[in-house]
Design a binder for this molecule. Sequence first.
Ligand code: GLC
Length: 751
Amino acid sequence: MRTLPAILLSVRWIALIAIVLVVNSCSPVSDTDKTDEAIQKKVNELMAQMTLQEKIGQMTLFTSDYDVTGPTMRDNYKDDIKSGRVGAIFNAFGADYTRKLQEIAVNETRLGIPLLFGYDVIHGFRTIFPISLGEAASWNLEAIQGAARVAAVEATAEGLHWTFAPMVDIARDPRWGRVSEGAGEDTWLGCRIAEARVKGFQGDDLAATNTLLACAKHYAAYGAAQAGRDYHTVDMSERALREFYLPPYKAAADAGAATFMTSFNELDGIPATGNKHLLTNILRHEWGFDGFVVTDYTSINEMVPHGVVTNEKEAGELALNAGVDMDMQGAVYYNHLEQSLNEGKVTVSQIDQAVRRILTLKFKLGLFDDPYRYSDLKRQQELVMTPQNLETARDMVRRSLVLLKNNNQTLPLRKEKINIALVGPLADNQQELIGSWSAAGDWKKAVSVMEGMKTVAPAANLLFATGCNIADDTTAMIAQAVAAAAKADVVVAVMGEAAWMSGEAACRSQLDLPGVQQELLQQLKATGKPLVVVLMNGRPLTIPWLDQNADALVEAWFPGTQGGLGIADVLFGDYNPSGKLPVTFPRNVGQIPIHYNMKNTGRPMDPNNKYTSKYLDVPNTPLYPFGFGLSYTSFTLSEPRLSDTVLLPAKELKVTATVANTGNYDGEETVQLYVRDLVGSVTRPVKELKGFQKVFLKKGEQAEVTFTLTDADLSFYRSDMTFGAEPGQFVVYVGNSSDNVKSATFTYLQK
Ligand code: GLC
């Protein structure tokens, strides 16, 4: 017979064991149990304790007041954190500040679930790299991944867990300001760059304190906004969507992107944020994506003005039923989801599924091990804007520059015994260099072109004159710039856009140089001195006069913190430019959309036949084509040699060409491989990029480059919408630009 004390003792033990079990169930996921099974067990145990309000809190993302990236601001997000009704905060960074917010979540809420901190770390965090379109112009996947890696190290050193990047929207319309944020117009290149950026941000271990959750955005087809106007309607065939716009998102998912962000636009009449075909059928069922989906900034709310719902509560129901897990800044789930559940418009299992996806990533980040592991002042002091990070950024600047013209070897400039008239509104400018979406970058730490030239060529005599402003009609300064030019051996004019002229909600209907820059250039040209123009811009510009009149023309995009140094490295020949355009430069806006992989049409342009596809006032060809970029040296490329004239399913066809450096400088060429399917069950582009290789050759050297083609490279969405190759004749091209190629033909046989 057991005595009362004995019984009480055993009850106490049972209670103690129960407490240990419960505490253990929320205890940090120890190193050993990072397996999916172990994490799911802990997620389930935690969810079993959560109230509906707490679950909806995990589905809610609010901005802090550190930075503003959208149209609305909530009043006090700290009270929301304390109430356990917000699970993630964006636009907050810094070891101290994130720690402070985290302490509220961990110590002052019932379950102490750590916050997720997100931010737009697009092309650098404190060390700002060239804008993403500039990085893409490097065609250097290793360098692009390295840039994302530096950004992740710096961002996580300041408490961040999650970046709203990479932006992988295909953009064929340079009027759209956000062409600056992506990888340009090409699907294949866009896929490779999406993979590189996801790997750079996420590394190979999300539990490491220097890796960020990536976020593939803006899903989907946001870059196809009509008339290049941001947030505008997107309407395209399922075929075009799947052939040209979806692959980079899938490439990001396949590379392991932890999260996706829905786009503002509608697609085929349904806003992406309420589009079950996109968010569930394709993303989940076809692609097997298992991370979480966050909306763009209040994009749930915006389904009301889109006109597919009558109020925000219905918008929340449409979003959750479509597959949206987290509501960015809209407070729609926050305000209405409980009522929607009570009305049976959504289900507990839908809410639980969303919460599970979110908590799983918080566990994978190790936030339940140590919620403060990313908010580490020591790492913040040691890992941000280090000399190594700055050198990596300077290297990316050099690689991102595209040499568009160089008549009579105007460039490179000699470093001494030279008078250089350095003019233009961006010549001694720091503020514009870091471009749009410059995160926590400090423009005051950016190296201007003037500073960079003084550093790289201290013996050069720089005669500086602004000449004009970026965008106003002041002409009073032109005379001073012309006077400087008159005294100089060469003019270097740094022209272009202001950073605010591209990026979100920054579309332009005309793409000329703004203000009176053209007038300044014409007067500089009239001095007869060699005219070197360096362009800083977030998109292709229509610059036919420059094409005709500049002696040298360098596309520098917005080059970031180290911009002036990287540009000077190229201008003075310390680096031979190797960039290639990731996007077409039109001759005028009337040509848009214009991209290299157009269709042939039934009346392809024939200058001798009026009744063919062309304009009366401008050629069909662009000013500068996709893949174009010059070098200080010259390269030749042989005809492609094929391993066979027939390709069979699951077999390989080797394409080899010889590239030679025939000029006076060591340099790097980007050999591009394109394919054309001459006859398909649907019309096919006149060429499509299927590979590239960057080859560094000393002057006089040559090398062979070999590509491997398989039937996967020939596959497309056929007339019945199945994906695969079709037998027939193909042309394979090798070249150093989409318009400068040599070809060979082969046959694909299916048996
Ligand atoms: C913005 C952008 C998106 C960004 C988000 C958070 O509206 O569309 O790219 O990640 O809001 O700042």
